[in-house]
Design a protein around this ligand. Structure first.
Ligand code: GDP
Length: 376
């Protein structure tokens, strides 16, 4: 068992507690904790049937194990991961996918806890909570999807919570999240909540994988339009002013009016939908049912105008193109000659000895030559 394999496994384990002994060439010479985890890790891999029958029966433990394979950085898991997603695809697509965003501290996890519990307990829904957080790092503790942040939901049988996958880039996180959505839907979850914060492009990414996008906002004293990018407001299908309780209620009502008039200035939604501004108090469970009514109204309007289906088709096309680009780039960078030349050309660019166009053309020609060589 090679050192490389152990190293990639380490990415999935707690880096603080575990480290590879310098110079180790075999698993047997790395620390005991890792060895224990390695055994557990390899024991966990089962045959495809085990995952598919577990998922289709709605078994949350097996669903979690399957998601772990999807998220695995180990190349040995790739074939199984693909097979799981492929088998789940025909069972997927039947949920409503809701994106939830807002700045840290706005009350996202408290809202999801209250909203999710309401959906499960009063409306008989099965909900899955996922997170997209490109800054998340399991060893450092993910800021989103942390189970301790949704205390009620964790005790509910019909709810499933999964923290953000760890990946080096947003594209990687997004791909894994989309596959996780498919698995959750195949497991019978009818409402998928996907949480994100304003890190880089994460809102846009989540927006491109959901049917309905909720923006949570705080009522501020006179600065209602500050601190949130216009583009994000434009994506919102509904805006919620959080923490509308106690002395804050008046402020929230004022903020509602300000945002309501701001939203009218944005281009109209293709369905003619006008995004409402709602007030909620997650602590007092106020306004929670009206959020769900809004989701239902939007869904009805989207279905009657065919937008619901068209939007999902466009999202699939978008992810198809993204995925091609990503795979092509991976193939490109994997080539030894291209990799070396890329490095050299970057140095030349930094010293202004070439131009971006010239350098990319040269590199692309090298790539084509390499492909031709392989085919000859
Ligand atoms: P997140 O970072 O957006 O997930 O925000 P949290 O859900 O962790 O909430 C941030 C803080 O706001 C916590 O101290 C919560 O207790 C508080 N909070 C959340 N929702 C409400 C609410 O409805 N009313 C009040 N008064 N406080 C809230």
């Amino acid at each position: 068992m090679g050192f490389k394999w152990a190293k990639s496994l380490l990415k999935n384990l707690d880096k603080k507690k575990l480290h590879i002994t310098k110079g180790a060439s075999d698993v047997s010479s790395i620390n005991q904790n890792l060895r224990k985890n390695l055994k557990k890790f390899s024991r966990k891999r089962k045959k495809l049937d085990y995952y598919i029958s577990g998922i289709s029966q709605g078994n949350k433990t097996i669903l979690s194990e399957a998601i772990t394979i999807i998220e695995s950085q180990n190349s040995k898991d790739m074939a199984l991961a693909k097979a799981i997603v492929k088998a789940c695809l025909p069972l997927s697509g039947k949920s409503i996918r809701v994106g939830i965003t807002g700045v840290p501290g706005v009350g996202k996890s408290t809202f999801i806890d209250s909203f999710g519990a309401h959906l499960c307990n009063h409306l008989g829904k099965k909900i899955a909570v996922l997170a997209v957080d490109p800054s998340s790092n399991r060893s450092g503790g993910s800021i989103l999807g942390d189970k301790t942040r949704m205390e009620t939901l964790t005790t509910i049988d019909n709810a499933f919570i999964r923290p953000s996958p760890t990946a080096n880039n947003l594209g990687g996180v997004a791909k894994k999240t989309r596959e996780t959505i498919i698995l959750c839907e195949a497991a019978g979850f009818d409402t998928i909540l996907i949480e994100t914060v304003g890190v880089g492009q994460s809102e846009t990414t989540v927006h491109s994988m959901v049917d309905f996008f909720l923006l949570l906002m705080l009522a501020g004293a006179g600065d209602e339009l500050q601190g949130i990018k216009k583009g994000i407001m434009e994506m919102a299908d509904t805006m919620i002013i959080t923490k509308a309780d106690g002395e804050n209620v008046l402020n929230c009502k004022k903020a509602k009016m300000t945002y309501q008039s701001a939203l009218h200035l944005f281009p109209p939604h293709p369905t003619g939908w006008i995004p409402p501004v709602l007030l909620t108090s997650s602590l007092e469970n106020e306004g929670i049912q009206s959020v769900w009514n809004t989701v239902e109204d939007f869904k009805k309007q989207s279905i009657s105008t065919n937008y619901f289906r068209e939007n999902r088709i466009n999202q699939n096309l978008y992810w198809f193109r993204e995925s091609i680009q990503e795979q092509l780039f991976m193939l490109f960078k994997k080539n030894k000659r291209v990799k070396e030349e890329l490095h050299t050309l970057e140095t030349l660019l930094k010293t202004e000895k070439t131009t971006a166009f010239e350098a990319s053309e040269q590199l692309f020609n090298t790539f084509l030559e390499e492909i031709k060589k392989q085919n000859d």
